[in-house]
Design a protein around this ligand. Structure first.
Ligand code: SAH
Length: 244
């Protein structure tokens, strides 16, 4: 039996946003690994082994997935959204680099709808012009790097998608991020707080950066800061396609 490993994105939450390609991989998998809440989204069936784990276990999980695939299992490792966006695909390649004996394993990366695209679609088209994405977690990078990127993104007038804005363990970073953007002269920019997009708990709030409060974000929120030309039309927010 030849094993394989698929690194799959489950999309932002709603089942209709799981791609047919990902569903097909899950349908013929023998093992599914991932952070427990994501594994809980996978349909259970006889013969499918689920391996939920903690969210800080990424390298261990990647190793486990590679080991199972090397032993002939059909393995899917799941992320929310897209697996290449602040998620498991990079962790698997890091594990692969450290373990050359696994480099012959058949690996596929199966894309998913990342949170910023689902959030942008709800709001209108805030990513219609140039944009960047910043992960506000400083678990894997120093905070000064995040500050520098925020400042330069504001200066470059990108729309900014902010992932992992705020958690119980990191209550202050997002407050500081808002301060930095206000200091950079972005107070009038439109900000979208997109909470739990495409789930039953979805909530979208749109206001100016100056009015934004840190408590408006949590770990299930994707924040989009518009560029200087981002505007409203009715209930929609969009970035004009011409350079501001
Ligand atoms: N790989 C994922 C991102 C993982 S980082 C993706 O491509 O979407 C986790 C962060 O993604 C969360 O803190 C939040 O900022 C964002 N996120 C994930 N799902 C979301 C959803 N349904 N609604 C809003 N934000 C979401």
């Amino acid at each position: 039996m030849t094993g394989w490993l698929a690194i799959a994105g489950l999309g932002p939450g709603d089942g209709t946003l799981v791609t047919p390609e990902v569903s097909a991989a899950l349908a013929c998998a023998t093992d599914v690994l991932g952070y427990a809440p994501y594994v809980a989204r996978v349909p259970v069936r006889d013969g499918l082994r689920l391996h939920p784990s903690d969210n800080r276990m990424e390298l261990q999980r990647a190793d486990d997935a590679l080991r199972l695939a090397a032993a002939g299992r059909n393995v899917v490792i799941v992320s929310s959204g897209d697996p290449g966006v602040f998620a498991m695909a990079a962790a698997v390649f890091e594990a692969l680099e450290a373990s050359p004996q696994w480099q012959g394993i058949a690996i596929r990366v199966l894309p998913g709808v990342t949170a910023m695209l689902a959030a942008a679609a709800r709001a209108g088209a805030p990513l219609g012009h140039d944009f960047c994405a910043i992960n506000l977690s400083d678990n894997l990078k120093p905070w000064p790097v995040i500050e520098k990127r925020l400042r330069l993104a504001a200066e470059a007038d990108f729309a900014i998608a902010i992932y992992n804005p705020r958690s119980a363990g990191r209550p202050d970073g997002f407050a500081r991020a808002l301060e930095i953007l206000n200091e950079a002269g972005c107070g009038d920019r439109i900000v979208i707080f997109a909470h739990a997009v495409t789930t039953s708990k979805e909530r979208i709030e749109t206001l100016s950066l100056r009015e934004a409060r840190p408590e408006m974000a949590d770990m299930a929120t994707l924040v989009i800061v518009g560029n200087s030309a981002t505007r409203r039309v009715g209930r929609w927010v969009y970035a004009p396609r011409r350079a501001p």
